[in-house]
Design a protein around this ligand. Structure first.
Ligand code: SAM
Length: 317
């Protein structure tokens, strides 16, 4: 379906839970989340109806996210059903990777095509700090399990944080030599819970090209990342700049939260509820959401923060 600004909406980001086994400082509060009542969340049936509704409107790519999608007990069966939905051509999942040693093979077998795995540092102490509780070795074991399970085109997502991991830009980029993966540096977005970070934390992605002049530009692949490659590397380095160089003109996404709120734009407060509707009702609301998609997300900076009234774990990154 085409929105009011001529953008073809083909991509749904679906959050299946707000819960997470980590507590990343820029993503969610230290005390976790105020667990909503079960009745407030989409049931599996409603989630699948929403996927069918989206597919009926032309969505072809589905990303399952959260919270941490792998803490959801029925994640494998949900992925299997999602992958089998007519119209869905590509099923992707974003995860912190720590539960992949157990789940990578079942997810692959269930039909997940691609994984994005978050990794902000290669230092075990710093990993524990930024996630407030995580173990780096579990995330690394998760990446290796995903490779062993046969996932191709794995992307590692690194949130670029001044004063935290900017000194690790070369080491993180060098992971594209160690493994056949792409690594993308993503600018820190000023969400509700990135409030602990001062202005110096918000680095533009140009910090990466300045630090790594040896990066060779690559042809764009239709995604939102500007692509480069380190000489001899197996994978690419991508730069994603939602803050310094927004890509709203090319935004083809719709988001659905785990409690059933459609978000036409990540950074807008606008939400349209799907909870309790049947597939036909959901399709109508999705049409409404696509037509309500704003032209751009407005100015974003340390001083001009996102209007989304939710943390990232409650939206789905
Ligand atoms: N738990 C999964 C994970 O860790 O990838 C999926 C959910 S998480 C919300 C999805 C992505 O959002 C992660 O790559 C995370 O780093 C990113 N994210 C969360 N808050 C962010 C922020 N304030 N700015 C930029 N990226 C953010």
């Amino acid at each position: 379906m085409i929105d009011s600004y001529g953008r073809s909406i083909t991509y749904l980001r679906l959050s299946v839970t707000e819960l997470c086994n980590l507590r990343c400082r820029y993503c969610m509060p230290a005390d976790g989340v105020c667990k909503k009542r079960h009745e407030e969340m989409l049931t599996q049936e409603e989630t699948l109806a929403a996927i069918r509704a989206a597919a009926s409107l032309g969505v072809r790519k589905l990303r399952i996210t959260g919270g941490e999608p792998l803490v959801k007990p029925n994640i494998v069966s949900l992925c299997r059903e999602a992958a089998a939905t007519p119209g869905i051509e590509e099923l992707c999942l974003t995860t912190n990777g720590t539960l992949l040693p157990r789940l990578a093979a079942p997810l692959r077998e269930a039909g997940v095509d691609r994984l994005n795995i978050s990794l902000d540092t290669l230092d075990a102490e710093k990993y524990r700090y930024i996630t407030r509780c995580g173990e780096l070795e579990q995330a690394v074991a998760g990446i290796e399990a995903a490779l062993d399970a046969g996932f191709e085109k794995i992307k590692l997502n690194t949130v670029l944080i001044g004063g935290f991991n900017d000194g690790e830009i070369p080491a993180l980029a060098a992971l594209t030599r160690r493994w056949p993966v792409d690594l993308r540096f993503i600018e820190l977005m000023p969400m509700v819970d990135s409030g602990d970070f001062g202005p110096e934390a918000f680095l533009p992605c140009t910090a990466v090209t300045e630090r790594l002049p040896e990066l060779v530009p690559e042809e764009p692949d239709g995604g939102v990342a500007k692509l480069y490659r380190l000489p001899g590397a197996q994978g690419r380095v991508g730069l994603i700049s939602p803050v310094s160089a927004h890509f709203c003109a090319a935004c083809n996404r719709l988001r659905l939260t785990a409690d059933g709120k459609l978000k036409p734009c990540l950074h807008s407060a606008d939400e349209i509820s799907l909870k309790g509707l049947d597939q036909a009702g959901m399709t109508e609301k999705m049409r409404e959401a696509i037509l309500a998609k704003p032209k751009w997300h407005g100015e974003l900076s340390y001083y001009e923060r996102s209007h989304a009234a939710r943390n990232m774990n409650q939206i789905g990154g």
